[in-house]
Design a protein around this ligand. Sequence first.
Ligand SMILES: Nc1nc2c(ncn2[C@@H]2O[C@H](COP(=O)(O)OP(=O)(O)OP(=O)(O)O)[C@@H](O)[C@H]2O)c(=O)[nH]1
Ligand SMILES: [Zn+2]
Length: 385
Amino acid sequence: MGRRDLDESDFRSRPSKRGSRPRTKQRPEHSDAVTGLVTGVDRGRYTLLVGGATGGATDGEPADEKIVTAMKARELTRTRVVVGDRVDVVGDVSGGDGSLARIVRIQERTSTLRRTADDTDPYERIVVANADQLVIVTALAQPEPRTGMIDRCVVAAYDAGMSVLLCLTKADLASPDALRELYEPLGVEVVVTQQAPSGGDAAGGADGRAAGGPVDRAAGGLVLAPGSVEEVRGRLRGLVSVLVGHSGVGKSTLINALVPDAKRATGVVNDVTGRGRHTSTSAVALRLPVGGSEPDEAFDGWVIDTPGVRSFGLAHVEVAHLLHAFEDLDEVAQECPRGCTHLADAPDCALDDWIEASPEDERPARAARLSSFRRLLSSRTGSDA
Ligand SMILES: Nc1nc2c(ncn2[C@@H]2O[C@H](COP(=O)(O)OP(=O)(O)OP(=O)(O)O)[C@@H](O)[C@H]2O)c(=O)[nH]1
Ligand SMILES: [Zn+2]
């Protein structure tokens, strides 16, 4: 599994903001194939959206779109198909009761988010395909934030050519300032969410609903401040975003606020066939409704939840490749001795000279960036615990 499934070159480039639609290389024998987007995977059954512009569109649900259940064709037995993949399907693509289509080909991927084998999973895996952005959901308290975990997520995202949004939750309990200082120097965007000021009361109140807005009640009954949810929605607009986070950080609360009607918006659960129901461990793609509108009216992006992903094994990440995500550092590091680790104890690392040579007013920013970068580098080999 893993790397040999695809061309190494195809995840090196940073995808465009809107994501380019890959060309389909159809086999002649499957000239009748249609394109589907994988939104869910469950024990060998794949939930696809087929028809309309599902090949890549993020704006609006086409009228002729269907939810199709499919399995892999025999020639793909050893190939991993993941959420976010665009696939060619043949056979019964009616989406009707009991229908089952066949995936005959995976289209070229614009990005592949991977994890190396670790304690919780013995295989290197592609987690999600074709995503633009990794959203790391971290609570500011309860549970305490763990920078090691965040660092590893950042490395995995940059290695995949994805951008990073750090979503700091529970800002009603603690300040986000310290974490901002650690991650903004890395080019990580930071967004903060919190419980609505009257949240505690609303949850226990007579009807407990967020008044009138698109912000629905979360599973746990907690209402997030609508402004903070809309800020997150703004950062997800037009993009395919993967959300990761440890248990208890408020990821479900956030997703429920962003996608109040997840089932209807995505058809992840096919009520007719009962197929495609996602387990608690596999990723699932949810369409992001445009804020302030009815869920059915318009969509603007995808939110991919990854309930099973609690950590990223990073043994597959190469330093040289990770450096590409930091253009300025990458350029400086060209001057390093051969085999330089670029870590703080590396002899003659050019990155140290870069700090020494910096103008006085730029020095603190450079130093912050370098020390954050070195922290990322060490997280590659460090343990997640
Ligand atoms: N104070 C506060 N509590 C929050 C906030 N967001 C979520 N919570 C609470 O944190 C707890 C965990 O939230 P969940 O949304 O279930 O967390 P999760 O990350 O989905 O965790 P799992 O369901 O275990 O994967 C719940 O009791 C929420 O009510 C917040 O902004 N502020
Ligand atoms: Zn170096």
